[in-house]
Ligand binder design. Structure first.
Ligand SMILES: [Zn+2]
Length: 709
């Protein structure tokens, strides 16, 4: 017995030791298996993130959704995939799907940025109660502790918070709260257009129409791209009984091309009611008879250009379809036809060119002489080195809101190209003389010198590369922004003139060919590849990064892209163009309806983004039909945006029709080539103009262009 007992004890002891030993090995085994599984899961997650991003930029949004969903299945607490998925939904305006993800995300994260997105989404879906509840209880509750919040809340975060608090309370008719949140918004950025538009809404609802008029006017003054606000101003004036003033505002709405049918209706109505108004308009149409030879020119003394080289003679089309033209020359001049002098004119006297009976005539106060057939070309010429000519009443800015007419003085000589029943006025001018007028219209002359030189090189290369663009019309380039705004001597500035002269002849080439040196005002920190914006894939336009921190690795994930647009991180593009670097704009649905011709808008969907986030394709769904817009049309159809790189929050009414968009964008222009604001920022940080050119057009050389004739 004793032996058996001993055995039992020994066995028990052994087991007691062995079981933990066995357990130990067993656990190690499972750990390894789990670790392996985890590793492969992590690898999968990493792979899915990569695939999702690729799908997003390939415009395959369904696949992007799928990969982010796979990550959520594998790792339910992976907030990054949920947040990315929400952005992908947001781009497609899938608001309900977005709502589900945002709801889950904010519950899991308890993060106020997630809650803000959720509140915005509820507002978009017209659920003001839910939106307001989240804003007031989850986001704004810690406001007593402002110090803590100010560290984590970006300006954009605070702006959106108060913007939507105001919006919700307007709809919920809590006007006292609206006042309170408006005051907060005013403290944040009082003079913005969005603030005035919100206050206009409040005043309108409270029937304070003249106050609402003032707000619309201030909103327009704060952001002049919103010329459609003339309609709102006119309507507020009507409601406060100021009909004559309302009439004038309808006229302006019409002049800017807004709401034609309605505006005409109103204008006719007021003209019937107040016959005096019609009289005035007709008076304006028929200016008083003036003696053309009695008009006085206001000459400017042009700066003498030292060491100007002869590089290339250009023909710039100043004005087409002239039937008559009044001008002066600074010095005695001759009119030449086929090498023969056919007329001699005096300095600083008015001359009138006219068409009559298939001939062109020139008149002065005391004589009228026939030059010849109205289909031929005549050259005006002065032998004086620095001669210029002066033209009365030339049109400028055609098709733009600054359009008008005025007197202009140009360097070089005039060419009259007869077209039969009218003639074209052409300016024959040396490249450098042309550039000293063009460059200051393109960039602020007060900006750092190296940026002005970089612009001079871009403008010179662009000009030389585009010569003959208007050869069918008989000249090289036109004088409008279609080619480059050219207004003659009036635009010149000493600082830009120096930059042009100091770089005379310097031109950017790629593999020996002059480059298409496109530029824009502000790229928002990153420029695009040319083949993603145009069809042409130019090797020196492949996207350049202007961010100052190197943690922006383009293409960004959908979430990073949104965060990059919603914040304003340090960038060379920010230093000299902060109001264009990041911007916001409220776009009412009626503007989009008017521009698209679609009746009631059900959805606006982004189809594709370029690698820097620029939207290159967008669809607007109306009640009956839909329309697609390419990168060159998007800015216009949304009422005139500064660029087509943006995210937007939409807002739908109870019936599911779009009411308005709040757009958050970056940059000004097409996002290709040289970014002028960034170039100024770089120049201020001691970059040399060659470094700037090579940053924006990588792989190019700067050569000295010689006249090859
Ligand atoms: Zn042109």
């Amino acid at each position: 017995m004793k032996k058996v007992f001993r055995l039992i004890i020994i066995s028990a002891l052994l087991l007691g030791i062995l079981i933990p030993v066995f357990d130990y090995f067993y656990e190690e085994g499972t750990k390894k298996t789990i670790m392996l599984a985890q590793e492969s899961r992590d690898r999968n997650i990493e792979e899915f993130f990569k695939l999702a991003k690729e799908a997003f930029y390939e415009a395959n949004y369904q696949s992007a959704e799928y990969y982010y969903q796979q990550i959520i299945e594998l790792a339910p607490y992976n907030l990054e995939s949920r947040r990315n998925l929400a952005v992908v939904y947001s781009d497609q305006n899938k608001l309900r799907e977005e709502n589900r993800v945002l709801l889950e995300t904010s519950i899991l994260s308890q993060n106020k940025h997630d809650y803000l997105n959720l509140a915005v989404n509820f507002y978009e879906l017209n659920n003001n109660l839910a939106s307001n509840y989240i804003l007031e209880t989850k986001i704004n509750k810690n406001d007593e502790n402002k110090q803590l919040n100010s560290e984590t809340e970006s300006d954009n975060f605070i702006f959106q918070k108060y913007y939507y608090l105001v919006k919700n309370n307007l709809e919920l008719e809590n006007y006292e709260k609206v006042q309170k949140y408006l005051a907060e918004l005013s403290d944040l950025n009082g003079s913005t257009s969005e603030f005035y538009l919100l206050r206009a809404e409040l005043n309108k609802l409270q029937k304070n129409y003249s106050a609402a008029f003032n707000d619309y006017e201030s909103a327009y003054q704060a952001n002049r791209s919103q010329s459609y606000l003339y309609k709102d101003m006119a309507q507020m004036l009507e409601k406060s009984g100021e009909e004559i003033k309302a009439y004038n505002h309808w006229q302006r709405a019409l002049n800017y091309g807004w709401f034609e049918e309605l505006a005409y209706q109103k204008i006719n109505f007021y003209q019937e009611k107040y016959p005096n108004l019609k009289q005035k308009t007709e008076d304006l149409d028929q200016p008083e008879e003036v003696d053309p030879f009695g008009l006085e020119a206001s000459w400017q003394e042009p700066q003498k250009l030292k060491n100007q080289k002869k590089i290339e003679m250009l023909r710039i089309g100043l004005q087409e379809a002239n039937e008559h033209l009044l001008f002066q020359y600074s010095d005695p001049f001759a009119i030449i036809y086929q090498g023969r002098i056919i007329f001699k004119g005096r300095a600083k006297e008015n001359y009138l060119l006219e068409l009559d009976n298939e001939s062109i005539y020139i008149s002065s106060r005391d004589q009228k002489i026939k030059l010849g057939d109205s289909k031929l070309e005549y050259q005006l010429y002065s032998s004086q080195e620095n001669s210029s000519f002066y033209v009365y009443n030339i049109n400028y800015g055609q098709g733009y809101f600054w359009q008008g007419s005025g007197n202009r003085q140009y360097r070089g000589n005039m060419i009259i190209k007869g077209e039969g029943d009218n003639f074209t006025l052409i300016n024959q001018v040396e490249l450098t003389s042309y550039l000293i007028s063009v460059v200051p219209s393109e960039i602020y002359a007060s900006w750092p010198e190296e940026a002005l030189k970089a612009q001079a090189i871009a403008a010179r290369s662009y000009t030389l590369n585009n010569l003959g663009r208007h050869s069918r019309e008989g000249y090289d380039l036109c004088s409008s922004v279609h080619c480059a705004a050219y207004n003659g001597i009036i635009s010149e500035d000493q600082r830009t003139t120096e930059a042009v002269l100091e770089t005379q002849g310097e031109t950017a080439v790629y593999e020996g060919r002059i480059i298409e040196a496109v530029f824009s005002s502000n790229s928002g920190g990153y420029t695009e590849r040319s083949d993603q914006i145009w069809s042409a894939d130019l090797p020196y336009l492949r996207g350049s990064n202007q961010m100052k921190e190197d943690n922006y690795d383009f293409p960004l994930t959908p979430l990073e892209l949104q965060q990059w647009l919603f914040s304003a991180p340090e960038s060379y593009s920010k230093d000299y163009g902060s109001s264009n670097y990041r911007w916001q704009l409220k776009v009412p649905a009626e503007i989009i309806e008017y521009r698209s011709g679609l009746d009631k808008i059900k959805r606006i969907e982004v189809n594709q983004r370029a690698r820097g986030g620029t939207i290159t394709s967008l669809t607007i769904y109306g009640e009956e039909s839909e329309k697609n817009y390419s990168v060159s049309q998007i800015r216009r159809v949304l009422g005139g945006l500064k660029s087509s790189r943006f995210y937007f929050n939409s807002h739908y009414d109870k019936d599911g029709y779009l009411k308005e968009l709040l757009v958050f964008g970056s940059g000004w222009g097409h996002n290709l080539g040289l970014d002028q604001s960034a170039s100024a920022g770089m120049a201020a940080a001691d970059w040399d103009y060659r470094e700037i050119i090579q940053h924006f057009y990588p792989g190019v050389e700067i050569i000295n262009y010689n006249l090859q004739k």
